[in-house]
Design a protein around this ligand. Structure first.
Ligand code: FE
Length: 321
């Protein structure tokens, strides 16, 4: 796979001030750079991972996908050109803004801006979270995942799977149509959700400790209207998470304990027991959708749906009983 991981994200917002507090004091990102019309956040050893820009719209600004080096970037660009995808080479100024060695820019069939890059700069100093927490799981698995909303999932799938090289993880038909795709051990770096509209549904960042998610949940609970999906556990990537409304309107999933798959042997399948083992009441679904989701979940529970927790080396104790 030429694309290795989701390496950075850009968000557009009409509420830059809202993002300052949301990004640092709620999500725990490190605010590194703040000018009048944008701000940048760190989440690990890299110089920046999330850029938030002042705009007259709210939504996804760009997705940054990593390749190994200049050779892979050229190869990738040539493949896109051969498929008649219009690409532009990133200027020096843009590389500087993104803190990368080089990049190319293009759009997916519904107009989302994609950037493929290599050489995201190291920060050279330790990550200091914006609130007390243990940090984010990134590295080879990338910074998390993006879930896009599309009018028709079947129409956009060939672009991501056949042209860009994403591999299918699994898919749902109920309670909504969704397709999940991976590039590395992270169960999905990208998903597309068929809602009828072009947009972004959510971003997911994964913390190192379960308590980081619980402590964020406490912060969200006292902020009326913040929680969009209650605490729960997903059946496919197995994260324990909740979803919090961002100042741009879309959601951010605060997660822990994601499944690491083996991309070489993984076989895609249809998830028939719903998206969650428990929890994840989605107040953004229409009432009949929420009811349907609850019914599927209760039936799955009755059928014994559960999975082991996924722990990170050094961050667990085994209790003998
Ligand atoms: Fe998610």
């Amino acid at each position: 796979m030429e694309l290795k991981a989701l390496g950075y994200l850009g968000v557009d917002t009409t509420d830059l001030d809202g993002w300052r507090a949301y990004g640092s004091r709620f999500l725990g990102l490190q605010l590194t750079d703040s000018v009048s019309d944008s701000m940048a956040f760190r989440m690990d050893d890299r110089r920046q991972r999330l850029t938030v820009s002042n705009a007259n719209r709210n939504g996804l600004g760009f997705m940054g996908w990593e390749v190994t080096d200049a050779l892979h970037l050229d190869r990738f660009a040539a493949r896109l050109e051969k498929a008649h995808v219009k690409i532009s080479r990133g200027s020096r100024a843009l590389c500087e803004q993104r803190q990368v060695r080089d990049l190319v820019v293009f759009a997916d069939p519904v107009g989302n801006r994609l950037e493929v890059y290599h050489g995201l700069a190291d920060a050279g100093t330790p990550f200091t979270p914006g609130r007390t927490m243990s940090g984010f799981r990134t590295g080879d698995m990338g910074i998390g995942h993006v879930v896009l909303t599309v009018p028709n999932a079947a129409q956009i799938l060939p672009f991501y799977r056949d042209l860009l090289g994403f591999r299918l993880s699994d898919y749902f038909e109920r309670p909504f149509k969704a397709v999940f795709m991976h590039l590395n051990q992270r169960h999905h770096s990208l998903a597309i959700l068929e809602t009828g509209e072009v947009g972004i549904h959510h971003l997911m960042f994964e913390t190192l400790s379960l308590d980081d998610v619980g402590q964020a949940y406490d912060l969200a609970l006292v902020d009326e209207g913040r929680i969009a999906t209650t605490l729960g556990r997903h059946t496919n990537d197995q994260v324990v998470s909740f979803y919090a409304k961002s100042p741009s309107g879309f959601l951010v999933e605060c997660g822990w304990g994601g499944l690491a798959i083996n991309p070489e042997t993984w076989q895609p399948y249809e998830v028939v027991h719903g998206p969650s083992f428990w929890g994840h009441d989605r107040n953004w679904l229409p009432p009949e959708g929420q009811e349907d989701a609850r019914r599927i979940r209760m039936a799955a529970a009755q059928n014994g749906a559960r999975a082991n927790v996924n722990v990170i080396e050094g961050l667990f104790n085994v209790t003998k009983c």
